[in-house]
Ligand binder design. Structure first.
Ligand code: GLN
Length: 232
């Protein structure tokens, strides 16, 4: 399945986050190290980022592999942001192959990426969804319910589709939210900021794995991890 990452902290260039690290999303698009489902992530890619003076994120998506995007490679070293969300896609069989099906999805100030799959029958129809892709429908549901209800929304979807995999990353430019539900997620906390990623993009010894079925919140007050399931 897909690989995604988010950064909140000191402004960095998009190249520094997405292209240059030894196991960057660019490398993960053809050689992921921890991917459980799918082999390559060549069905598109996207990045959303925030810049000072503009509340809504800028977004660049493509239905082509990240490695084929020479224009992005040229621009990425000169675009800086302190809050970035990016993803490379391995489409779930049967899902649309189009730019609008590629994360990050957006609504107002929010960006959201989904690593996983969910039965579309478990999701309400939405006119706001950017695509008929399962992830776009899930994003529309999460946006409609609101960030404060992310955990409840996820539990509800999981109850309707027990086979769903629901690793989400979301941000409004001031904080990061992430869930683990069926796939990998790692966190890197440094004095300069926090990265969340499906898998570490380098060999920094400070990367930690997030346990499955957890909610991660990264904000001005620090980082918290809480279980998504009530203790039995
Ligand atoms: N189900 C989503 C899609 O088809 C996400 C797939 C994934 O996580 N690889 O794009």
């Amino acid at each position: 399945m897909c690989r995604h990452l988010a950064w909140l902290g000191r402004p960095r260039t998009l190249a520094d986050l997405v292209l240059d690290p030894p196991s960057s999303l660019l490398v993960q698009s053809w050689a992921p190290r921890r991917q459980r489902y799918g082999v390559v992530n060549a069905d598109g890619w996207g990045v959303g980022f925030y810049v000072p003076g503009r509340a809504e994120p800028a977004r660049w998506r493509s239905a082509r592999p990240l490695w084929s995007d020479a224009s992005f490679a040229s621009v990425a070293p000169v675009v800086n942001s302190g809050c970035v969300l990016a993803a490379v896609r391995s489409a779930t069989p049967g899902m649309p192959m189009e730019e609008s099906a590629v994360a990050p999805f957006t609504d107002g100030r929010w960006l959201l990426s989904h690593n996983g799959r969910v039965d579309r029958a478990a999701l309400p129809p939405s006119r706001q969804a950017e695509s008929a892709c399962d992830s776009a429908l899930l994003a529309a549901l999460v946006f409609a319910r609101g960030a404060a209800r992310l955990a409840a929304t996820l539990r509800e979807v999981a109850a309707l589709d027990p086979a769903a995999r629901l690793n989400l990353l979301a941000t409004d430019g001031t904080r990061l939210l992430a869930t683990t539900w069926g796939d990998t997620l790692s966190i890197l906390t440094t004095p300069e900021g926090t990265a969340l990623a499906s898998e570490p993009y380098d060999d920094d010894g400070r990367w930690c794995d997030v346990p499955d079925r957890h909610l991660v919140e990264v904000g001005p007050d620090g980082v918290s991890q809480t279980p998504l399931e009530e203790p039995a």
